[in-house]
Every structure is written in structure tokens, then in C-alpha cells.
Design a protein around this ligand. Structure first.
Ligand code: AMP
Ligand code: FE
Ligand code: FE
Ligand code: ZN
Length: 283
């Protein structure tokens, strides 16, 4: 599996628009050597991804993007090579997914007062059992002709400032890192610099997360701002954290393209050596 390494992608098991099998075919078409499948709060796409990658030469890293929250701020945590059967992690991800469902229903009932949209529309745009999120509500708004595309729906309607928004339950990042480590996984903070340098995690808080087992920072990501990236590189140095780069591909749901940001092979080797909950699949 020589070739580019992309460690952050989504399938229809969460808010990507392609099934895990289609995602693997897209990864092969993009000539990736290694791809991680990291659906939000779910590992349900792993097996289909492995099956689709078989015989293609693609290496698949099993992962997940765990939703966490620190105060009012949503923080995403990539978790590689976790044990998918770990009871504590299963319980927590189930709790998050259930809360996402209740919360999506609440958002839609608020929207229904102002737009021609119903919960059935959202269900129609969500794969069975998928981790539901605002992207599925956006798809329903697009289908109803309210918004031209997902990005516009986020910008013009689903952003918290418009009042339809409702948060969902999520554990604190510290708890999440402890859960991931206890499940044999390797925790990496996803896109930690999307809101500019003034909103980057403090050195003190990061130190606490590193002590709990945080392994890396996803710095090469299109939504991290240049000033935030500069700060994050300094943190990686201070705390000896690995630096990853990834696309955060969502199929047609976002402009992000597979392989637009990549991770160094030496970093991947360190992640592979660190994770004990599951193993990479060599297709
Ligand atoms: P939620 O977790 O339900 O609050 O929704 C956040 C998710 O929506 C993130 O995982 C992103 O992948 C996705 N998202 C955020 N902004 C956009 C956007 N502008 N266009 C498409 N998807 C987005
Ligand atoms: Fe997403
Ligand atoms: Fe994310
Ligand atoms: Zn993501």
C-alpha cells in the first residue's frame, strides 16, 4: 500500500453521501494507498469497507470520529484502531447517537414552523441506522428547494445564530480520550483550529488531554486557519504529538476531496504501533 494516506473520511453510516463500499471504491479511484473510515460516533461501516477493499491493495484503518463537547464548544476526536466491542465505548456512542436523534427532531420541529419540512423528509435522507446530524436536515432542506446545497443550508439556516439549533449530548474531551484509550484506540484531535487562533485550545487544557493519552493533532485540514495551524505546530512540538493531515471527505456532501491533505508514512506507523483495539485491514 504505497500511496497517499488519508486518515479522515465519512460514509453514509454517518453524514457522508456514499456507502462504505462506494467510499472504498472512491479511495481506490483517488489512488490512495491507505484510507481511514471515521464515521461520527459509529463503527458500523467497518466490515462493509473491509469487504469492499479486499483485493484492491488499499489499506483500511478502522476509526471513528467521536463527538465531544467542552462547555459550549463542540470538539471532534478521531479514534483509530479502537476495539469496536468495548462495552464502555459502545454505551457512550449509543448515548450520543440517541441524543443526536432527539436533538434532530427538535431542530426539525422548529424548522417546520417556518419551512415546508417534516421529520419524514429527514428520515428519507438518512441511511437506516446512520448517525443523524445536521447534514441530513440540510439534505431535506435542499430536497424541498429551501436551500441550494448542504453548505448553503448550514450557512443560512442551520447555524446556531438562527435559533433553530439545538445541541446534543456529548462527553467532555477528557472523558472521551480516556474511553478511547481504554478501548485500545489512538486519540487524535480532529481539525482543532477551525475557528481561528483565538479559539484554539489553551496550552494548559491541551496538557491535561495529553496526560490522559492524546496522541496527535490533525493540523493539515482545509478548515484549520493558517494562524491556528502555526499555534498547533508549536503545541505538537511542545507535547511531542504526531501531526496528521486528512481530507474529512463526505462524498458529495462537502467540497473536500480525498487525498487533498495527507499524513506522513512515519506518523501512520506510529499510530499503527500504538493502537491495540483492532487492526488495519490490508485489502
Ligand atoms: P452536527 O454534528 O449534527 O452538529 O453537524 C455537524 C456536521 O456537519 C459536521 O460533521 C460536518 O461534517 C457537517 N458540516 C458542517 N458544516 C458543513 C457545511 N458547510 N457543509 C456540509 N457539511 C457541513
Ligand atoms: Fe461530518
Ligand atoms: Fe469533524
Ligand atoms: Zn469528519
Amino acid at each position: 500500500m504505497p500511496g497517499p494516506i488519508d486518515l479522515h473520511t465519512h460514509s453514509s453510516v454517518s453524514d457522508g453521501t456514499e456507502t462504505p463500499a462506494e467510499l472504498m471504491r472512491a479511495a481506490v479511484a483517488a489512488r490512495l494507498g491507505t484510507v481511514a473510515i471515521t464515521d461520527h460516533d459509529s463503527t458500523a461501516g467497518w466490515q462493509e469497507a473491509f469487504d469492499a477493499a479486499a483485493g484492491t491493495g488499499l489499506r483500511v484503518i478502522p476509526g471513528m470520529e467521536l463527538s465531544t463537547r467542552h462547555g459550549y464548544k463542540s470538539v471532534h476526536l478521531l479514534a483509530y484502531l479502537i476495539d469496536p466491542d468495548n462495552a464502555a465505548l459502545l454505551e457512550e456512542t449509543l448515548r450520543i447517537r440517541e441524543s443526536r436523534l432527539t436533538r434532530a427532531e427538535a431542530i426539525v420541529s422548529r424548522l417546520a414552523a417556518d419551512f415546508d419540512i417534516s421529520w419524514a423528509d429527514v428520515v428519507a435522507h438518512t441511511a437506516h441506522g446512520a448517525t443523524v446530524g445536521r447534514p441530513h436536515i440540510a439534505d431535506a432542506l435542499v430536497a424541498r428547494g429551501v436551500s441550494p446545497d448542504r453548505s448553503a443550508a448550514f450557512r443560512d439556516i442551520l447555524h446556531p445564530k438562527f435559533g433553530y439549533y439545538e445541541p446534543h449530548y456529548a462527553p467532555d474531551p477528557l472523558t472521551a480520550i480516556q474511553l478511547v484509550r481504554a478501548a485500545g484506540g489512538v486519540p487524535v484531535l480532529a481539525h482543532p483550529g477551525t475557528r481561528g487562533v483565538e479559539n484554539v485550545i489553551t496550552e494548559e487544557h491541551l496538557g491535561v488531554l495529553v496526560d490522559a493519552g492524546l496522541f496527535g493533532l490533525e493540523i493539515h485540514h482545509r478548515e484549520n486557519t493558517p494562524d491556528a495551524m502555526e499555534r498547533l505546530f508549536a503545541y505538537a512540538d511542545t507535547f511531542d504529538l504526531v501531526v496528521t493531515g486528512s481530507s474529512d471527505y463526505h462524498g458529495a456532501g462537502k467540497p473536500n476531496r480525498l487525498g487533498e491533505n495527507t499524513t506522513d508514512p512515519e506518523v501512520l506507523e506510529r499510530i499503527l504501533a500504538e493502537g491495540t483495539g483492532s487492526t488495519a485491514f490490508l485489502g
